[in-house]
Design a binder for this molecule. Structure first.
Ligand code: SAM
Ligand code: SF4
Length: 376
């Protein structure tokens, strides 16, 4: 019987690199290289087709910014997937988009090519903040695109950021209020992380006085939790919120510890007992796949102990946590016995709660890194 897997496809192209972003993406790439990249993605898919009996039940086209490439590339890639694999009926199929590179023609095309979920990177609806983030769109453009998305997509998501340069609780409240006017069924709220190698990292000394304090950032987070809840958009993962039936099925696979394969430059996979990721170099990816080689950079068999730890940490990202009976079924281990010391300690600090599920408390969400440390 075929095994169900999620398919992640990485599109590593952007119009311009944002100041905070360390996702693998390149700008100013020539069209013929982009075309070669799409041919490589198809070749990589063939490897899975020839070696495994899989059924794809979620597809996530992420990046980078998939909406910057010509729609014909996206259309032909999806057609290739449908022609070569079993694909679940009503397979959740997401594409990430940026307001600057989106237009009505693209949105219509996505709808007609089987894409049924759009994730739009808005980040903020304040022009000073957008400029400070190095975004290339204005808040006006972002709102126009969101309005357009609602015309064609019932299922869409909005990415927002908190803790960003020049942001205040008032400006975040204003952004959130405007976003809620388009009635999104799904919202992601990411806390800014200053990643090594980014423009922000290199200029940290000059931006740090413009960043909200940790306390202000946490206030924004809990303000988002409450405000979204009042609009029927419920907190289901540390950074994710959804209306009933609109949780992201693909991303839930990561937190539920299910299998997925990642295709493309820098894409990660968790498949057949292994975790691995592809080379982050575009040239290397294209040339290795062209030569019939794997583009894997690191491929590790996950042993049982490692699996338990990963399951705990990923499961705790969900607001409902993970079910103790499911842990026992998967690992043949009684969680409360094996991890008694860690549980007692974390309970004493008020960071976790345990009944039929093991989950973070509100304090545990704010101090999640301390919780992860106990299981690493
Ligand atoms: C790969 S981007 C996809 C969307 C599209 N490229 C765009 O930016 O509009 C995914 C999301 O990750 C978030 N993100 C990226 N870098 C981040 C960072 N350093 N800290 C917090 N969130 C980040 C942003 O909200 C972004 O929309
Ligand atoms: S945030 Fe999105 S648009 Fe900006 S560089 Fe990263 S992937 Fe590209």
């Amino acid at each position: 019987m075929s095994r169900n897997v999620g398919l992640y496809i990485h599109i590593p192209f952007c119009m311009k690199k944002c100041f905070y972003c360390d996702f693998v993406s390149f700008s100013d790439v020539e069209d013929d290289i982009i075309a070669e990249y799409f041919s490589s993605l198809k070749r990589e898919l063939i490897f899975y087709k020839e070696n495994y009996d899989i059924k794809i039940d979620t597809i996530y086209i992420g990046g980078g910014t998939p909406s910057v490439v010509a729609i014909s590339h996206i259309g032909s890639l999806l057609e290739f997937v449908y022609c070569n694999f079993k694909v679940e009926n009503y397979c959740e199929t997401t594409i990430e988009a940026n307001p600057e590179s989106l237009d009505e023609e693209k949105i219509k095309f996505y709808c007609s090519s089987g894409i049924n979920r759009l994730s739009v990177g808005i980040q903020s609806l304040n022009d000073v903040e957008l400029k400070a983030l190095g975004r290339i769109h204005t808040s006006k453009r972002a709102l126009e695109m969101l309005e357009l998305v609602t015309k064609y997509f019932e299922n869409f998501s909005v990415d927002l950021m908190i803790g960003i340069v020049h942001q205040s609780i008032e400006s975040f409240s204003d952004t959130l209020g405007k976003v809620l006017k388009v009635n999104p069924p799904h919202v992601s709220v990411y806390s800014l992380k200053i990643e090594e190698g980014t423009h922000f990292y290199n200029r940290y000394e000059s931006i740090k006085s413009h960043l909200p304090s940790e306390e202000e950032e946490r206030n924004m987070y809990w303000f988002a939790v409450q405000t979204l809840y009042s609009s029927g958009i419920h907190h289901y993962e540390i950074s994710n919120f959804a209306k009933e039936n609109f949780k992201c099925k693909h991303n839930l696979k990561y937190w539920d510890y299910e299998e997925y394969i990642g295709i493309g430059c820098a894409a990660h996979s968790f498949f057949d007992g292994y975790r691995y990721f592809n080379t982050a170099s575009l040239e290397d990816y294209i040339s290795r796949i062209k030569n019939g080689e794997f583009a894997w950079e690191d491929r590790q068999l996950i042993d049982d102990f490692e699996k338990e730890k990963e399951y705990i940490i990923l499961g705790l990202r969900k607001i409902e946590g993970f079910e103790l009976s499911e842990f026992e079924r998967r690992f043949n281990v009684v969680f409360t016995e094996k991890y008694k010391t860690q549980i007692e300690k974390l309970k004493r600090y008020g960071l976790v709660e345990i009944n039929s599920h093991f989950k973070l408390t509100k304090k545990g969400i704010d101090l999640a890194n301390i919780v992860w440390q106990e299981f690493i």
